[in-house]
Design a protein around this ligand. Structure first.
Ligand code: HEC
Length: 184
């Protein structure tokens, strides 16, 4: 009883599907003759247009970090950065002749050699890395100090948000005799 009922329901559905398909098929056959060509082509013409914005979005997300940093630096504010710098205040000062805290004073840090301070005992990691602090290096270091410089003595997890880092770097830049030129 149940199964024959199910069968007839299924059969009904199949017939309905076939009818819809047949109607569509016949309709498709008739439309080209009846409808003007423009209504047929419209949906096809829209496709490439809607595909383009997603391509552009993909390009911006894969842009090199320096491009992103440049853009962020251009729109960041040093005042906001001063607030972010409170995260560092337990260890560093940024102003000229700033209090010598546990760690080096960072006045004029951009452009300085890594491990510049003569009265601080740095890790071997920073001494071995050498080089100078540029905008991009600071950005990478401050995002995750231990990832950029494995073995660093800087016990700080990092500033997660790229926008906060850009503001912080802009503030650090302002704390110098002559602020370093922004990356072009
Ligand atoms: C818990 C203390 C501590 C905090 C908090 C801290 N730092 Fe450091 N920082 C250090 C130490 C220690 C070093 C030396 C690293 C080494 O020797 O490997 C250092 C090194 C640095 C250097 C490299 C200095 C040089 O002489 O080359 C920079 C730049 C720096 N910190 C920026 C920051 C900024 C910006 C923040 C806040 C977002 C911050 N630090 C938070 C302890 C800290």
């Amino acid at each position: 009883m149940w199964s024959s009922n199910t069968n007839s329901i299924l059969g009904g559905i199949l017939v309905a599907i076939w009818l819809v398909w047949a109607a569509n098929f016949i309709g498709d056959l008739m439309i080209p003759k009846m409808a003007p060509a423009t209504t047929q082509k419209a949906p096809a013409a829209k496709k490439p247009a809607s595909a383009q914005p997603s391509k552009e979005a993909a390009v911006t997300t894969t842009a090199p970090a320096s491009e992103t940093l440049k853009v962020l630096l251009a729109s960041a504010s040093a005042d906001d950065g001063k607030k972010v710098a409170k995260l560092c205040a337990a260890c560093h000062s940024f102003n000229k002749n700033g209090k010598k805290k546990i760690r080096p004073n960072l006045f004029g840090i951009i452009g300085k050699a890594r491990g510049f301070s003569s009265d601080f005992t740095y890790s071997t990691a920073i001494k071995e890395m050498g080089g100078k602090w540029g905008f991009e290096e600071l950005d990478a270091f401050l995002a995750k100090p231990k990832a950029f410089m494995p073995g660093t003595k800087m016990a700080f997890p990092g500033v997660k948000k790229a926008g906060d880092r850009a503001a912080l770097i802009l503030y650090m830049r302002s704390q110098a005799e002559q602020p370093a030129p922004l990356p072009q």
